[in-house]
Design a protein around this ligand. Structure first.
Ligand code: PLP
Length: 399
């Protein structure tokens, strides 16, 4: 029989979320009367708001009429690419620099095809699992890694360093995945921190893949929403982003990636041109229906609705943080992000997860699942119905 890709056995997320689901199932089987509340996964729960929803309906209607029907759009509707540049980047990018995707995660998975297995990769520790797993799948790391493989470096982001890594660890001529506002810590990088990151990346020839999936949760006007607010980033960064969390498009699937024309490989070739080539080769573009939803999201009324939706989840985050503070548990995040990173010093993350499940019937995510620097933390997600979040907060007093 055909042999298995050895990388598959090393995928981390393939362990974390199924393990959480398994423990939840086991608890539910042993306690059939329990009403379990999940503050574990980062899945949205609230309906898409009316103006944006009408955009989706309009997208479906257009497909049903000969005059407005459209087929493959490859890199995306030109109108949407231009509108994303206008709304999120003050028009700083041409349409050709904005690529529409079926979501940030999908693009993160595809981006490494540009660089191959030989590229050294660094991630924040803890980190969103797909940065590591995408690298593992392409063969950059694993027990078999040796010459010809780049390997993965984990840069700790802890309370001691304000959840911002030591930039001395950036890989020379390699890739660095950076997420702000961060999943899972909820920490949001300051302008000074991002300026230092861009400067260091420029010096070392590091390419930053900046994940801004939670940018619309930023409420502090001093905090940058995009890496491209920083001078010099056009020469060393790609940004991935998504309508999933600000517009509730987790099940609709629509995101975008900005690849500046100024970005070049060591040999001088255009990264932008290659990204177009990769997308055209293995991706035939995002749903036209979803793109009409996104166009509506970028109207004045759609922007207002996205803000309202993010404010709702930030309200949940505030309740969770207040409940934790009331218990004397220190936490970060939740102010400019929908995640709260709660510290239980000296404790094992899975043990805390189990205690919260048993005493409160609330599901969280053990911090160690996001990397070894996440040990002794658990992540609370603010994605949930308000009544469930209020009930979960009440139950936390049983800890
Ligand atoms: N990036 C981060 C940091 C995330 O937390 C998530 C989802 O939880 C994604 C990307 C996925 O975004 P999308 O739904 O657009 O694939």
């Amino acid at each position: 029989m055909i042999s298995r890709n050895p990388a598959i056995a090393n995928i981390k997320a393939g362990y974390l979320f199924p393990e959480i689901a398994k423990r939840r199932r086991e608890y539910a089987a042993a306690h059939p009367e329990a009403r379990i509340i999940s503050l574990g996964v980062g899945n949205t729960t609230e309906p898409i708001l009316p103006h944006i929803d009408a955009g989706l309906v309009e997208g479906a209607r257009r497909l049903g009429a000969a005059e407005t029907y459209s087929g493959y759009q490859d890199e995306g509707l030109a109108e949407l690419r231009a509108k994303i540049s206008a709304v999120f980047y003050r028009g700083a990018f041409t349409e050709e620099e904005v690529f529409i995707s079926d979501g940030a995660k999908c693009d993160i998975g595809r981006l490494q095809l540009l660089f191959g297995a030989g590229v050294p990769v660094a991630v924040q520790d803890p980190s969103y699992p797909v940065y590591v797993d995408g690298s593992v799948l392409i063969g950059a790391a694993g027990p078999w890694a040796g010459s010809g493989y780049g390997g993965i470096t984990y840069l700790p982001c802890t309370a001691e360093n304000g959840y911002f890594p030591d930039l001395a660890g950036l890989p020379e001529n390699g890739l660095f995945y950076f997420c702000s506002p961060n999943n899972p810590t909820g920490a949001t990088a300051s302008r000074e921190q991002l300026t230092a990151l861009v400067r260091e990346a420029g010096k070392r020839g590091t390419l930053i893949i900046f994940d801004a999936a939670y940018a619309e949760y930023i409420r502090d006007p001093a905090l940058p929403k995009s890496i491209f607010e920083i001078d010099g980033a056009r020469n060393c960064a790609i940004e991935v982003n998504s309508f999933s969390k600000p517009a509730g498009f987790t099940g609709v699937r629509l995101g975008w990636t900005v690849v500046p024309r100024d970005l070049r490989y060591a040999g001088g070739e255009s990264v932008n041109a290659d990204w177009g080539r990769v997308c055209g080769t293995i991706f035939n573009g995002a749903s036209n229906i979803a793109q009409y939803g996104a166009l509506a999201a970028l109207d004045g009324e759609g922007i207002r609705e996205m803000r309202e939706l993010c404010d709702f989840y930030l309200g949940n985050a505030r309740l969770i943080r207040e409940a934790l503070t009331g218990l004397g548990v220190s936490s970060v995040g939740g102010d400019n992000s929908p995640y709260i990173w709660a510290h239980f010093p000296g404790r094992d993350s899975w043990e805390v997860f189990a205690e919260i499940l048993e005493r409160c019937q609330v599901v969280t995510t053990p911090g160690s699942g996001f990397g070894s620097a996440g040990e002794s933390f658990v992540r609370f997600s603010a994605f949930g119905h308000r009544a469930d979040v209020e009930e979960a907060c009440k139950r936390l007093s049983r800890l």
